[in-house]
Design a protein around this ligand. Structure first.
Ligand code: FMN
Length: 313
């Protein structure tokens, strides 16, 4: 069955979550090949983009985060920002290559909330709305956002209509508050409640582990699409499962991942290590591989260690 989001045609209702240090371009492309309907970049600081536009080499990492290739489409870029000015400048730079621009209002990390970004803005809906208004007025691409339910209690229902009114075309909701972090369970009844309050599509997110759960959420009207984070990190094959495609072995997945890394090099070796660690999740000997890999100083050693280990399983 065809699916859509903000005017984009999607092959699958399952969306890869933005994950900092994980959703690098090679991993996103792997998930796309396996069947992800939509992918997002890791979040990127609008300030870092806006303030380094004249000298991009001074912050390669942030500009890498907001790059894509034609094979990835449809795909979104995610930004976080504390001010309208930085957000506007960053959008003008990033939007041309992506199908949508997503604003992060969900990250609970003190590094982000301390700068007045991410989930911190759930405490200040007026400011959140102003940021969205600016984004909508500047962008030629659809603006979407990713939210948690609130800071310390669910409050999104109090201002979600305002978010819709200022022109957001779709939203992803992680069914937890910021202070919950990852504790407890995602509250899917709350996601359903929000979906019933708006006319724009809602992507539900939190604790989805299988193709069966993706279908169950959609068939029971919890949301329009389902976003998968940690389960895809550990098992990107979940996207094939959802599409009813044949599953590839871990060895094949790793081989393909490394080949995509060679074509689209990842700036930070620790991101490659994090990615490969995820792929080893649940496998015999995973701990030993992780320890060996952590000591590796270059990409080739990580690749050799991982491929040797996977072929011995
Ligand atoms: C390692 C990691 C990095 C993340 N980075 C981001 C990010 O850059 N932007 C964002 O909106 N959410 C980020 N998240 C949150 C996920 O997108 C998702 O909302 C969360 O993991 C819940 O979904 P799950 O239960 O399927 O993992 C991150 C999560 C993890 C585990």
């Amino acid at each position: 069955m065809p699916h859509s989001y903000v005017g984009l045609k999607l092959n699958s209702p399952a969306v890869l979550a933005p994950m900092s240090g994980v959703s690098t371009l090679p991993f996103r492309l792997l998930c796309k090949e396996l069947g992800a309907g939509l992918t997002y970049t890791e979040f990127a600081s609008a300030i870092a983009i806006a303030r380094n536009l004249e000298n991009k080499a001074s912050n390669n990492k942030v500009f890498d985060r907001v790059s894509t290739v034609k094979e990835e489409h449809p795909c979104g870029v995610q930004l976080f920002a504390p001010t309208e000015k930085d957000l506007g400048m960053a959008i003008e730079y990033v939007e041309k290559d992506f199908d949508l621009v997503d604003i992060n209002f969900g990250c609970p990390s003190p590094k982000i909330t301390g700068g007045g970004c991410g989930a911190y803005l759930l405490k200040n809906p007026d400011k959140l709305i102003e940021l969205i208004k600016t984004a909508v007025s500047i962008s030629t691409k659809p603006i979407t956002c990713k939210l948690r339910m609130g800071w310390d209690k669910p409050v999104l229902h109090e201002f979600v209509s305002r978010i819709e009114k200022v022109g957001v075309q779709g939203m992803a909701i992680h069914g937890r508050t910021a202070i919950q972090g990852y504790s407890g369970n995602a509250d899917w009844e709350y996601i359903k409640k929000i979906r019933g309050m708006v006319g724009i599509p809602v992507i539900g997110n939190g604790d989805v582990h299988s193709a069966h759960e993706v279908n169950e959420r959609i068939n029971n009207d919890y949301c329009d699409l389902v976003m998968v984070g940690r389960s895809a990190w550990n098992n990107p094959g979940i996207f094939s499962e959802i599409m009813g495609k044949p599953l590839r072995s871990k060895e094949e997945l790793l081989k393909r991942y490394f080949s995509l890394c060679k074509k689209h090099p990842v700036t930070d070796l620790s991101d490659v290590k994090a990615q490969v660690s995820g792929l080893f999740s649940g496998m015999v000997g995973a701990k030993k591989v992780r320890v060996e890999m952590m000591q590796a100083k270059d990409f080739e050693t990580v690749q050799l260690t991982a491929m040797e280990a996977v072929s011995n399983v």
